[in-house]
Design a protein around this ligand. Structure first.
Ligand code: XMP
Length: 513
């Protein structure tokens, strides 16, 4: 099924993916393209509207990203955001200059007044907070444009030429700080672009299954299943599409969380696929024995994983497709919107060299993380898999500080399970983006019953974050922490002290190693 499409033209702003997500949240399919994409290519995609993103540059510099001026005679609605707004003004004969100190340079939350007779603000309050982040100023707007939004400092916070379907906003409607920002994007889509809103996960699921069937034919597909959200949803989609033609290899390196391996296996038992679970705990622990450097641990696990996968795939023989759970944020270029900077992301580095296959299949390539979760639900995967918090590939290996033994892994597994169980019981899991226990390498004196103990200190880590690049430590209520602490020291042998990590990222990282 062909969906109506809106294109986000990327000028290197930090919120570009967020813009695309917002558009999809409004029920319209959307793709991000670098600003360098030739106009003929954009036209061939037949979009119903285009959004120019923000970006770090100033439009009046020669070196700044520009667009083919013919984009403005194409007859397609355009919404310019921040740099995108200034670019539109600059390209159409307006004047953009550096803002003078104290005048129109604006950063942060700003009270903004809107002209609600403009389609962009139809049905919305005439006043609200918007999120500004611009050092340039539109000294003169192009002919044909009306001023449809202003702040105390800036007479042209929003401009529009409704006859041509051109809209520009200096602020960022895509961020949560802008009140009614998503409603403005929705207005652009439905009022200016006349979208019907045909992007639903149910439809997408059906068309994705059909597309996989067509591509795979009667070929064989191999997938490395980690138990994380992306590879699990990719596996479920392929299972639904091609059943027995799919082989999933699930390598259990012995550093998973409690019951994780069984949960993953159980989730896939409803499909008739070839599910290979490799219990490789012994060989991983043997390779890791005595090693305490975090990066070396990661390297050992990565290499051993490839070796195990290679052995298993040799048993299976030649396959036609190697499937991967690559998702859209991995595909969109990071940074300045130049085509060359697109990352080629492989969930399991190096695999394609080892497996004899004809083509790669990436069924989640166009989906954002929250859409992947939605698709997983659509496919009937259990909620514990679909809403699972991120878990690093090396697993508990990087949460056991120092060298790793099976005993330490078992200790940490149980403590981590209790932590997660109590967090869920208290309903705190909804407020946290990642939370786990760390077995520190420190032992200290304690007293239990009448005896002296000399046992390990366990650290609890819980963070809130939007993107995992920065994070804040979570304010878990003291009584919840107390309950967790009492349970762990009582139920987990070898631990006599619990500490809570109250460091943000930066300067710390989320993981301890
Ligand atoms: P840091 O510790 O860098 O973590 O603040 C940011 C996010 O990345 C995850 N992480 C990893 N994921 N392999 C992975 O697959 C790794 O080696 C690894 N190290 C950190 C971490 O769990 C957090 O979500």
């Amino acid at each position: 099924m062909k969906h109506e499409l809106v294109l986000v033209l990327d000028f290197g702003g930090q919120y570009n993916q967020l813009i695309a997500r917002r558009v999809r949240e409004c029920g319209v399919y959307c793709e991000v393209k670098p600003y360098t994409t030739p106009l003929s290519e954009l036209k061939a995609m037949n979009p119903i509207g285009i959004i120019f993103t923000g970006g770090p540059n100033s439009v009046y510099l020669n070196t700044s990203p520009q667009v083919d001026p013919e984009i403005f005679t194409w007859g397609i609605p355009i919404l310019g955001i921040c740099y995108g707004c200034q670019l539109m003004a600059h390209s159409l004969g307006g004047l953009v200059t550096p803002a003078q100190e104290d005048t129109a340079r604006e950063y942060g939350k700003t009270t903004t007044y809107y002209d609600t007779s403009c389609k962009l603000f139809a049905g919305l309050p005439a006043e609200g907070i918007s999120w500004m982040s611009h050092g340039d100023y539109m000294a003169k707007v192009p002919q044909g444009f009306a001023l449809v939004g202003h702040t105390e400092m800036c007479p042209n916070a929003a401009i529009a030429d409704e006859s041509r379907g051109f809209y520009g906003v200096q602020y960022h409607p895509e961020v949560n700080h802008t009140e009614h920002g998503v409603a403005m994007i929705r207005n652009f889509l439905y009022e200016a672009c006349h979208a019907k809103g045909d992007w639903t996960m149910g439809d997408y699921c059906k068309s994705a299954i059909a597309a996989v069937r067509e591509k795979v034919g009667d070929g064989k597909v191999l997938l490395a299943l980690s138990g994380g959200v992306d590879s699990s949803v990719a596996a479920a989609l392929l299972a639904e599409a091609v059943g027995k033609q799919l082989t999933c290899v699930f390598v259990d390196h012995g550093l998973m969380r409690l019951n994780e391996g069984d949960e993953v296996e159980a989730a896939f038992s409803k499909w008739d696929i070839n599910f290979v679970r490799v219990d490789a705990e012994t060989r991983f622990l043997l390779k890791l024995a005595g090693e305490s450097d975090p990066e070396t641990k990661r390297k050992i696990i990565g290499e051993e994983f490839i070796r195990v996968f290679e052995e298993e795939s040799k048993k299976i023989g030649a396959v036609d497709f190697l499937a991967q759970g690559t998702i859209y944020p991995d595909v969109i270029e990071s940074g300045a919107g130049d085509a060359e900077t697109i990352k080629s992301h492989h969930n399991v580095g190096g695999l394609p060299d080892f497996v004899d296959f004809k083509d790669i299949i990436e069924p989640l390539r166009m989906l954002f993380k929250d859409e992947v979760r939605q698709l997983g639900r659509e496919l009937g995967l259990p909620e514990y898999l679909v809403s699972r918090q991120p878990f690093p590939g090396p697993g508990l290996a990087i949460r056991i500080i120092g060298d790793i033994t099976k005993e330490k892994a078992d200790t940490l597994r149980l403590a981590d399970f209790i932590f997660r169980e109590e967090i869920a019981k208290a309903g705190e899991d909804k407020n946290l983006n990642q939370y786990f226990a760390v077995l520190t390498n420190t032992r200290s004196v304690g007293v239990m019953g009448d005896g002296r103990t000399y046992d390990y200190t366990l650290a609890l880590r819980a963070v809130t974050t939007a993107d995992f690049m920065t994070a804040d430590w979570a304010r878990i209520p003291y009584d919840v922490l107390d309950k967790i602490s009492v349970r762990i020291v009582n139920e987990v042998p070898g631990i006599n002290r619990i500490v809570y990590d109250i460091t943000s990222k930066p300067p710390a990282t989320i993981e301890w190693e």
